[in-house]
Design a protein around this ligand. Sequence first.
Ligand SMILES: [Cu+2]
Length: 174
Amino acid sequence: MEKNTYTMLLLVALVGMLLMLSNQGSAEQHVVGGKQGWDESTDFDSWASGQTFKVGDTLVFKYSPLHNVAELGSESEYKNCDVGSATNSMSDGNSVVKLTKAGTRYFACGTPGHCDQGMKLKITTVSASSDSSPTSSSSSKTPTSTSTSTSGATCVSGSFVFAAVFMVLMNMLC
Ligand SMILES: [Cu+2]
């Protein structure tokens, strides 16, 4: 009987840990421009202001062959639509850009005239750990990398694991 209780508790702890791990790895994918995608008619400033870009997230540009994506190296190039000096160009219609570090990045469409029509994007990536989550988890091992929508679940499964491990330990000591 005792052995069965142990096994069950360990199983519960394991499941909880798995839940926590899957939550931590939840890098977000941002489809640029939302449903409208990478197009002249999209308002990228307002789209970007509604997003939180974190290190590890990805940007996905979806567009027709009329467009392409050029990454620009500086704010002035972005302001002047200087797509001729792009640091990186993509034209496959479904371009994925990984946000590997914190900072500001600039993108524009390289098709003549499109950038001037507003087809450009400036985003600021924040480091995943700088997100000061209001629900500080009970287990100190959990980095607060989750967005507010998932931090609740992490907290719950975290305390679940904590409780299970605690109970196993108590059982072993007694
Ligand atoms: Cu374009």
